[in-house]
Design a protein around this ligand. Structure first.
Ligand SMILES: NC(=O)c1ccc[n+]([C@@H]2O[C@H](COP(=O)([O-])OP(=O)(O)OC[C@H]3O[C@@H](n4cnc5c(N)ncnc54)[C@H](OP(=O)(O)O)[C@@H]3O)[C@@H](O)[C@H]2O)c1
Length: 173
């Protein structure tokens, strides 16, 4: 059985993604959320032949990410899909020159650094899953880098360091 991780899955699109992966794709799904609300959501999702497992995960908290990654390595093993769904502050109302930095910094932690940390922390189990599917570990790492870069609005080889992210922002000013 293939395994997927979905972040911020106690409600909204994340919860629906869990439902579809579990019931339509027949995957074992790790439904994660920053609060215990996810436990109830996972319980309600348990129907015949589905496997939805709740685990706490706050993507803005490095300790929570590490503890989740340890759990995945120890209790789950191989992972096939990681869906970085958790997100906050759809701040399209903001302007670069007047942006509220409390919103920018909160969003940066949850929407960019969180997924970045989570990819790094879960890379071994995810790479194993992709290797099992016939891909190569290096190809997997390349794709993950590209996906992270896209997430942060960067191109190809700009994705490797915070310096590269900062440079991209400075150049766009
Ligand atoms: N809805 C849209 O039209 C749309 C369009 C484009 C992209 N998106 C993106 O799709 C994703 C889901 O959208 P949505 O409409 O379902 O959003 P939503 O209803 O606001 O749900 C966001 C989810 O993220 C969780 N979350 C927030 N901060 C977190 C953290 N630090 N750690 C873990 N989970 C956290 C929330 O948990 P709590 O319940 O604890 O707050 C909630 O479960 C977001 O990334 C959003 O930017 C949505």
């Amino acid at each position: 059985m293939k395994t997927a991780i979905v972040t911020g899955a106690n409600r909204g699109l994340g919860l629906e993604v869990v439902r579809q992966l579990a019931t339509e794709q027949g995957m074992r799904v790790l439904l994660t959320s920053r609060s215990e609300a996810g436990a109830g959501a996972a319980g309600a999702m348990q129907v015949e032949r589905t496997e939805v497992i709740f685990h706490q995960l706050d993507v803005a908290d490095p300790e929570s990410i590490q503890s989740f990654a340890d759990y995945v390595r120890t209790d789950i093993g191989t992972v096939d899909v990681l869906i970085n769904n958790a997100g906050i502050h759809y701040d399209t109302f903001q302007d670069t020159l007047t942006a509220d930095f409390q919103i920018v910094e909160e969003a940066w932690q949850v929407n960019t650094v969180g997924p970045w940390r989570l990819v790094q922390a879960t890379l071994p189990p995810v790479a194993q899953g992709w290797g099992r599917a016939g891909g190569q570990r290096l190809q997997c790492q390349r794709l993950l880098r590209r996906e992270l870069a896209r997430h942060a609005g960067l191109r190809g080889d700009q994705s490797r360091s915070q310096y590269a992210h900062a440079e991209a922002i400075r150049r766009s000013g």
